[in-house]
Design a protein around this ligand. Structure first.
Ligand SMILES: Nc1ncnc2c1ncn2[C@@H]1O[C@H](COP(=O)(O)OP(=O)(O)OP(=O)(O)O)[C@@H](O)[C@H]1O
Length: 308
């Protein structure tokens, strides 16, 4: 998948240092229910920022506000220094891939993409863009006749039409096969080479772990963690798992039995403790079955939210 380089928003007046997205003390309420509480975060130009969280954490409510679809109950939200509901100024610079596409089922793929062109004022070459997302052969097909994965690819095509400066990707790879996922991320990389800022939400944590420059972790309406992947994961210990043979000598480290003969070591010093364990195994002629060692993963950071 290759993004077309032609076209663009033709926008002017970019600020070199101001954040592209600036959210301060955002609150969103639905009646008495407080869905987003005093949320503040900024996204810098060119960043890929992943807003992640547990179900019902408030991600969609936050993003709908930042995208200008929902008014804030209180707080300040700025996109390119403007109120995101200022459609005339903000919309030409922003592409959005929502969780649910809003295309008319009677329009063809080609017509749907052209419609985005007329709504955003951006220009692009439709046939070439459809080639990027592997839908060139479906250009004349009605949206109602697309598969779920093809609809997602069409959503993506419309979000990146005309290479917008800021792209929102809400669960972009849900329902996509592995080839389409790889192609989508390839296209996102190219978009970023053009200097685009990307805001991602996903429940595929490994995608965020691989792609995001920074991650914001929401839980129950508030931002509980924020930082790079290594900043988020280094706060938790690394893990070593192994199964010693029955009758092995006393272990050289504090280890917790996990059932099935497996033991777990949690350690802030992975390399050192791994050496200790392997030296002990060699000295005693012990074979450690199912040995696994690694730094904390993002899913462990997520699990740690449960107790909060
Ligand atoms: N229109 C609404 N009216 C009342 N409550 C709502 C409305 N929309 C969302 N909520 C509630 O606000 C909370 C946050 O919802 P939101 O959709 O923002 O969460 P989310 O982080 O996107 O969740 P998920 O990961 O499950 O999609 C949830 O408890 C949800 O039930």
């Amino acid at each position: 998948m290759r993004l077309p380089r032609e076209g663009g928003c033709g926008c002017t007046g970019r600020m070199a240092t101001a954040p592209v997205i600036d959210v301060r003390d955002l609150n969103v309420k639905y009646g008495d229910f407080h869905a987003v509480k005093d949320l503040s975060f900024q996204v810098e130009r060119g960043e890929l920022y992943a807003l992640l969280g547990t179900n019902g954490a408030g991600k969609t409510s936050t993003l709908e506000t930042v995208e200008g679809h929902r008014p804030a109950t209180s707080g300040a939200v700025r996109v390119f220094g403007r109120d995101p509901r200022d459609r005339r100024e903000v919309r030409p610079r922003v592409g959005t891939m929502l969780q649910e596409s809003g295309f008319s089922p009677d329009l063809t793929v080609r017509e749907s993409v052209r419609l985005i062109g007329s709504l955003t004022g951006r220009t692009d070459r439709v046939e070439r863009l459809l080639g990027v997302v592997g839908l060139a052969h479906k250009a004349g097909t009605r949206v109602s006749q697309l598969s779920g994965g093809e609809k997602r690819r069409l959503d993506f095509a419309t979000a990146v039409y005309g290479t917008p400066e800021l792209v929102f990707l809400d669960e972009p790879t849900t329902g996509l096969d592995i080839q389409s996922r790889d192609a989508l991320w390839d296209a996102v990389d190219r978009l970023r080479e053009e200097g685009a800022t990307v805001v991602l939400t996903t429940h595929y944590l490994e995608e965020a772990q691989q792609r995001a420059d920074r991650i914001g972790l929401m839980h129950r309406g508030t931002l509980r963690r924020e930082g790079t992947v290594s900043e988020l994961t280094r706060a938790l210990p690394a893990t070593i798992r192994f199964s010693p043979p029955a009758g092995a000598p006393d272990l050289p480290l504090p280890a917790v039995p996990e059932g099935g003969g497996t033991f777990l070591v949690e350690t802030p010093a992975l390399q050192k403790d791994l050496h200790v364990l392997l030296d002990w195994a060699r000295d005693h002629g012990v074979e450690l079955r199912d040995l696994q060692a690694g730094p904390t993963r993002l899913d462990d950071v997520f699990r740690a939210l449960d107790g909060e």
